[in-house]
Design a protein around this ligand. Structure first.
Ligand code: CUA
Length: 307
């Protein structure tokens, strides 16, 4: 699976780094307080005589019960405010805007300023702010790309904005972080951070319309795609397939996975997915089309042209 496993301890950009720093500060303050407590406890338990007297006890009481927690909580509170300010900063003017819509159980991805639609994987240029506009088409989902940012909910009735930036190229794996039904765990997303040149090459490719099928098998597959129900749910730009219930398949072959991270995207898995979608991801809207093996091979020959 092309999903990275570095997690939030391996920040790939400034937003995640800010959260990571705050986390470590809280951890070390917690550790220091706990160690101090253990030392005092050990001392109290091992003392022979109690010659401290009420004055010293009261000093300890105030120091440990009021001053120490007040100092620690104030420091954490102040650090959290600083981090929150840094995180809520607005995106730069030249930010890439990406609209992400949560569905049960996949991610619809659009670049309104670039005219691109895709699903479950999105490309971003390194070193540039990315403004994610999040909403849901059904229930509450939550986007979490641990190496790039904190979690943020996708809600049906409003748009939440998450700004992030990747400084290093790489595939940053993410997931839905809010229970959203049967296939919540199979709702993966990947941010692919790359150089400005590679990003614009990707954008050009996604904007293009794939060449029409050139073999008779692929042509037959295109015909089957149009008449067996695929086209009712999926869009392939440049054709009559304009369904919007499932992922846009115009450039399906440029994506790494099928079913939001369920399977690796190759023709064998794709064939298996089309034959038995409910076995791979029970509860999704997709049903297997009523096709013979030969017809599914034709369908695959067509899908292979969607580059
Ligand atoms: Cu979508 Cu959990």
């Amino acid at each position: 699976m092309p999903l990275s496993a570095g997690g939030s301890f391996d920040p790939g950009g400034p937003v995640a780094a800010e959260i990571n720093q705050l986390w470590w500060l809280m951890l070390w303050l917690g550790v220091a307080t706990f160690v101090l407590f253990l030392v005092l406890l050990a001392r109290g338990l091992t003392r022979d005589d109690d010659g401290s007297g009420p004055d010293r006890s009261r000093t300890f009481l105030y120091a440990g019960g009021l001053v120490l927690p007040a100092v620690v909580i104030t420091v954490v509170f102040a650090a959290t405010l600083v981090s929150m300010r840094a995180l809520s900063a607005e995106a730069d003017e030249n930010a890439v805007v990406v609209e992400i819509t949560g569905h049960q159980w996949w991610w619809e991805i659009e670049y309104p300023e670039l005219g691109i639609s895709t699903a479950n994987e999105f490309h971003i240029p390194i070193g540039r702010d990315v403004e994610l506009r999040l909403r849901s088409d059904d229930v509450v989902h939550s986007l979490w790309l641990p190496e790039l940012a904190g979690k943020l909910d996708l809600l049906p009735e409003r748009v939440n904005v998450l700004v992030l930036r990747a400084d290093q190229p790489g595939n940053y794996g993410g997931t839905c972080a809010e229970f959203c039904g049967l296939q919540h765990t199979k709702m993966r997303i990947t941010a692919i951070a790359e150089t400005e040149e590679r990003f614009s090459a990707w954008v050009d490719r996604q904007r293009s319309i794939p060449d029409p099928p050139s073999t008779s098998e692929a042509e037959e597959g295109a015909r089957l795609f149009a008449i067996t129900g695929c086209a009712e749910c999926h869009t392939v730009r440049g054709t009559d397939a304009v369904g919007v219930d499932g992922p846009d398949l115009t450039h399906l072959m440029t994506r790494m996975t099928i079913g939001a991270g369920t399977l690796t995207n190759d023709l064998e898995s794709l064939g298996d997915w089309i034959r038995r979608p409910q076995d791979h991801k029970e509860g999704i809207s997709m049903e297997s089309p009523d096709l013979t093996d030969a017809e599914i091979d034709s369908l695959l020959a067509y899908l292979a042209t969607l580059e």
